[in-house]
Design a protein around this ligand. Structure first.
Ligand code: HSE
Length: 434
């Protein structure tokens, strides 16, 4: 549609979901009316949210209200549909499908939707000639999606790994700096509005897994395969782990990684130790960070905000700009009709260095028995630390190993768990490979 006064093309935008990111987008477009990457203008004409009566930071009087996101997606009164509802299924998926089926460009920040249904949505988008863009789904305002899909399309990427959940990184950083428990830090983060009321998606590692699944598809040219991701969250990380890792020169981070190994891809999320001075160890608070490793280009490291109204709205706006400039690319790296999931690689074959935390009885021969068990399995100890007895004869011990097949270490740890001097189940954390 052309603006009568200026003759400029006006792109009419329908926005479903007016939470942090949707509110941020409305503010962005209100503050930057000249946002005109292709000489046209973007104007929000229709909105939809859970609560119509909630106060908004932007005057929405000129925007048409929709109770139903699918009706907004189908409305002929908008040219671009922006989905900021969230959730892998339900109204978000139905609305995105409705827009794409009509050939309407879709911009979304919904990582769960793309990680779970990305391949089928890409087919629908490409069959109908509609862009489906999701820069804001991964690392919020820090570019990652376009870097892999566009800037590195000529590169042979071998791994992507990093910190993709700000809530978990904030919790781990606060536990370390304040010496507080996981539960106390989480409660404080919720009080301050940093963590969701239901934090399970973040602390359970699922949010980071959605994001690394998307990056894996973009990096390796396959279809997103969320079902194959191996996921551990930060909810099992205790203050004792953080303190003892610190004593050995490490910080604990929730690391998401996707690595091409032979004919397949290993996608996983788990707490991991990064040595002091390493960029992941030095990524603090709610920041995100990502390493991309390519055969020709070597290593790239990016770090920045992974959430927040302003940064994430800027990423949504960048996708709107792609629609306005008529940028045309496959949704992932290759045409959707050719996308298949990469074969998943079993964790048992992976080679890792690990950190093992034990609580043992303070009696002769215990350390000898532990090191003998490891030696029999062919696991070589790299670092070792024994703390003074904590009363009642309980002694904390931590050790780090040299690189070994994970299946071998896990078996050795099972044998250690059965030693009579063990007071608790051994705790095992991996050391980051990047
Ligand atoms: N909840 C996410 C995080 C931000 O804490 O990083 C949105 O993906």
């Amino acid at each position: 549609m052309a603006d009568q006064s200026s003759g400029q093309k006006v792109w009419r935008v329908g926005v479903a979901g007016l939470g942090t990111v949707g509110g941020g987008l409305l503010s962005f477009l209100a503050e930057c009316p000249d946002f005109a990457p292709a000489g046209g203008r973007a104007v929000v004409t229709g909105i939809c949210a859970r609560s119509r009566s909630r106060a908004r930071t932007v005057d929405t009087a000129a925007m048409t209200w929709f109770d139903d996101p699918v009706a907004l997606a189908k409305s002929p009164d908008n040219d671009i549909f922006v989905e900021l509802i969230g959730g892998s299924d339900g109204p978000a998926k139905a609305a995105v499908e409705a827009a794409l089926a009509l050939g309407k460009p879709v911009v979304t920040a919904n990582k769960a939707l793309i990680a779970t249904h990305g391949a089928e949505l890409a087919k629908l988008a490409e069959a109908n000639g509609a862009p489906l863009l999701f820069e804001a789904a991964v690392m919020g305002g820090t570019p990652a999606v376009k870097i892999l899909r566009e800037s590195l399309v000529g590169e042979d990427v071998v791994s992507v790994s990093g910190i993709l959940n700000g809530t978990c990184n904030y919790i781990l950083t606060e536990m370390e700096t304040k010496g507080s428990s996981f539960a106390d830090v989480l409660a404080e983060a919720q009080r301050l509005g940093y963590a969701e009321a239901d934090p399970s998606t973040d602390v359970g590692g699922f949010d980071a897994a959605h994001k690394i699944t998307i990056l894996a598809a973009l990096a390796f040219g396959g279809a997103p395969n969320f079902a194959a991701a191996e996921i551990e969250g930060v909810d099992q990380v205790e203050l004792e782990d953080i303190k003892l890792a610190h004593d050995l020169g490490y910080r604990i981070r929730l690391v998401a990684s996707a690595v091409r190994e032979g004919s397949g891809v290993a996608v996983r999320v788990h707490p991991a130790l990064a040595p002091f001075g390493h960029p992941l160890a030095e990524t603090r608070g709610a920041l995100n960070a990502l390493f991309i490793e390519g055969r020709r280009i070597g290593r790239i490291f990016i770090q920045g905000p992974g959430a927040g109204a302003g940064p994430t709205a800027a990423a949504v706006a960048a996708d709107i700009a792609d629609v306005m400039t008529l940028a045309k690319r496959p949704v992932f790296q290759s045409p959707a009709s050719t996308l298949v999931p990469e074969p998943a690689i079993s964790a048992a074959d992976r080679i890792s260095r690990v950190f093992i935390r034990l609580k043992v009885k303070d009696q002769p021969g215990v350390i000898a028995a532990v090191s003998e068990t490891l030696a029999e399995a062919g696991v070589s100890i790299d670092g070792f630390l024994q703390k003074p007895s904590q009363g009642e004869g309980a002694v904390p011990i931590v050790l780090t190993t040299h690189a070994t097949a994970e299946s071998v270490v896990l078996e050795a740890v099972e044998r250690i768990a059965r030693l009579p001097a063990m007071l608790e189940r051994p705790k095992l954390l991996r050391i980051a490979r990047v």
